[in-house]
Design a binder for this molecule. Structure first.
Ligand code: MG
Length: 285
C-alpha cells in the first residue's frame, strides 16, 4: 500500500467517523463500538471485498455481515461514502421517514442481513459460504463479531460446524476492543487466550492492529484461503477510537449527545486526526 493510498483510506475513515458522531444525537447510537470498527470496515470495503454499488446484487459478490449489529452507524457511514446509499439518508437516522436505524436492515442497499440480537450471523455467514462453495462461486464471506458477542454459545457452535465442513471461504473478524457494554471483557467472562481457542476449534487465527491501514493491508494481503480451514482475524481496536474524550471510557458505549456536544465532538475528532496523522507521519516517513 502506498502512502497516498493510506492517506486516502484514513481520510475516508475520518469522514465515516464524522457520520457516526452526527448519528449520536437525536436519539443517539452505540458510538463507542461504531468508532472501534470504522477503520476495519473502510479497509475491507476499499481494499478487500469484491463488492460495489454496481455489483451489490451479483451472485458471485463477496459478502460482509455485521453480527455486532449495534455498531451499524459505522456500516451506514461506509455504505454512504462508498456510494451504496446517499449521504443525505444518514440524516434520517432514527427518523420515521427511513429504515436507517439502530440495527442493520437488509432493506438498506449493501446491508446483507439483519442483526442486533447477538450470536447469529456467524451461522448465517457459514451457510452463505457453504452455498457459494456448492455453486462453485468465488464468494468470500466476512463476518464481523464483537468480542463480548463471543459469550454467545451459538458462535462456538458455528465454529465447530465451519471447521467440520472445512468452510475455508469464511473469515470471521473479531473487533477486539476489550469492552462489553460498560464492562471490560476480561472482568466479566475472560476470553484470552482467544486465538488459541479458535485454533482449538480448527480455525486459522491471525492478529492485526485494527486501526492501522498498512497493518490491515499486510494481514488481509497475506490471508490464505482454500486451506480447508476457516479463518479468524482478531483485530485489536479501541472503543471510541478517534475521540479521546470518550475513548476506552466504560460508560461511553451508548451516547445521545446534544447538538452543541456533537459540534464539539466533531472539532475534537478533526483536531485529534490532524495531531495523529502528523505525529505518525513524522515517525514513519
Ligand atoms: Mg467489544
Amino acid at each position: 500500500m502506498t502512502h497516498e493510498q493510506q492517506d486516502e483510506l484514513e481520510q475516508v475513515a475520518l469522514r465515516v467517523r464524522e457520520h457516526i458522531v452526527r448519528m449520536s444525537t437525536n436519539g443517539g447510537c452505540f458510538i463507542g463500538a461504531s468508532l472501534s470498527c470504522a477503520d476495519l470496515l473502510v479497509y475491507l470495503y476499499w481494499r478487500f471485498l469484491n463488492i460495489s454499488p454496481e455489483t451489490v446484487n451479483d451472485e458471485d459478490r463477496d459478502v460482509l455481515l455485521l453480527s455486532k449489529g449495534h455498531d451499524v452507524p459505522a456500516l451506514y457511514g461506509v455504505l454512504a461514502e462508498r456510494g451504496f446509499i446517499s449521504k443525505e439518508r444518514l440524516a434520517h437516522h432514527l427518523s420515521v421517514e427511513d429504515i436507517i436505524y439502530w440495527h442493520p436492515n437488509r432493506g438498506v442497499s449493501g446491508v446483507e442481513f439483519h442483526s442486533g440480537s447477538l450470536g447469529h450471523l456467524l451461522s448465517v455467514g457459514m451457510g452463505m459460504a457453504l452455498d457459494a462453495r456448492m455453486k462453485g462461486l468465488p464468494t468470500r464471506v466476512v463476518v464481523i463479531l464483537g468480542d463480548g458477542e463471543l459469550n454467545e454459545g451459538s458462535v462456538w457452535e458455528a465454529c465447530l460446524v465451519a471447521s467440520a465442513l472445512s468452510i475455508d471461504n469464511l473469515v470471521a473478524i473479531v473487533d477486539r476492543n476489550h469492552f462489553q457494554a460498560n464492562l471490560r471483557t476480561e472482568d466479566l467472562i475472560p476470553l484470552e487466550p482467544l486465538s488459541e481457542k479458535f485454533r482449538a476449534f480448527g480455525w486459522d487465527a491471525m492478529h492485526v492492529n485494527g486501526h492501522d491501514m498498512r497493518s490491515l493491508d499486510k494481514c488481509f494481503g497475506s490471508l490464505q484461503l482454500n486451506t480447508g480451514r476457516p479463518t479468524v482475524v482478531i483485530a485489536d481496536t479501541r472503543r471510541g477510537k478517534g475521540l479521546p474524550s470518550i475513548e476506552e471510557q466504560a460508560d461511553r458505549w451508548f451516547c445521545n449527545f446534544s447538538a452543541d456536544e456533537t459540534d464539539a465532538l466533531l472539532d475534537e475528532l478533526n483536531g485529534n486526526a490532524r495531531a495523529t496523522i502528523t505525529s505518525e507521519r513524522l515517525i514513519v516517513r
